[in-house]
Design a protein around this ligand. Structure first.
Ligand SMILES: Nc1ncnc2c1ncn2[C@@H]1O[C@H](COP(=O)(O)OP(=O)(O)OP(=O)(O)O)[C@@H](O)[C@H]1O
Length: 206
């Protein structure tokens, strides 16, 4: 379980004030909010990429630095180095997260076989996005933080993603926290929809 207690967050603007929530394994969460509300900031705070003014964040009763192996967050495909290939990234993730996932099966699942050895600078937006998604599953992590993960995906890839997320939550008991501007985006597969507004996040009815 990811347990958040009394989390207060601010950047140049306040984001959250005294926020409390528990994210459970085997569940899919969708965080929705308007632009600039703090979705990305929230993920950065969970993964110690920014300092938080106060509060505690515990993954199975451990702080992030002790739980790193069980958490995966790669903020955006803009972070990719265009001179490296998709396979470079997948091998890196598999090694660093000490995962046993079958890379070939993952590459085939996300229909990347024809381009996975090419430098990323030759990828389209959707191709990069599929690589980013594949990295999540190659990590085999329990807690997956996905920031606007369906951006740039065509309808077929979106459906593939949603089916896979549902399957991973049930079969492998992963806890998936996604963000989107639209409730309609992954709302159909999310078990919980949280609205980030007015310095808090509240569950909405689906
Ligand atoms: N490095 C930073 N320094 C100062 N302020 C920042 C920084 N990063 C983000 N902010 C501010 O924090 C607020 C939240 O930004 P964030 O990127 O978390 O929002 P978001 O909900 O993910 O936005 P979007 O939907 O547009 O992707 C914004 O007002 C933004 O200007």
């Amino acid at each position: 379980m990811l347990k958040i207690n009394n989390l207060t967050l601010k950047t140049r603007v306040p984001i959250l004030n005294d926020f409390n929530y528990q994210f459970e394994p085997g569940q899919i969460y969708l965080i929705t909010a308007i632009n600039g509300s703090g979705k990305t900031t929230f993920f950065r705070a969970l993964t110690d990429l920014i300092k938080r003014p106060s509060g505690s964040i515990l993954f199975d009763d451990q702080p992030f630095r002790q739980a790193k192996q069980r958490v995966f967050f790669y903020e955006t495909s803009n972070w990719f180095d265009g001179d490296l290939s998709g396979i470079d990234y997948l091998k890196f993730v598999k090694g660093q997260w000490r995962s046993t996932q079958d890379l070939t099966a993952e590459i085939s699942f996300w229909k990347m076989t024809s381009y996975i050895n090419l430098p990323i600078k030759k990828y389209s937006l959707g191709m990069k996005q599929r690589l980013l998604i594949a990295m999540y599953f190659c990590s085999n992590a329990t807690y997956l933080m996905m920031d606007e993960i369906s951006n740039g995906l065509d309808e077929e890839s979106r459906n593939l993603l949603y089916h896979r997320l549902k399957d991973e939550a049930i079969t492998n008991h992963r806890c998936m926290i996604m963000s989107s501007h639209y409730k309609s985006d992954a709302g159909q597969i999310a078990d919980h929809i949280l609205r980030l507004a007015n310095l808090t996040m509240k569950e909405e009815t689906k």
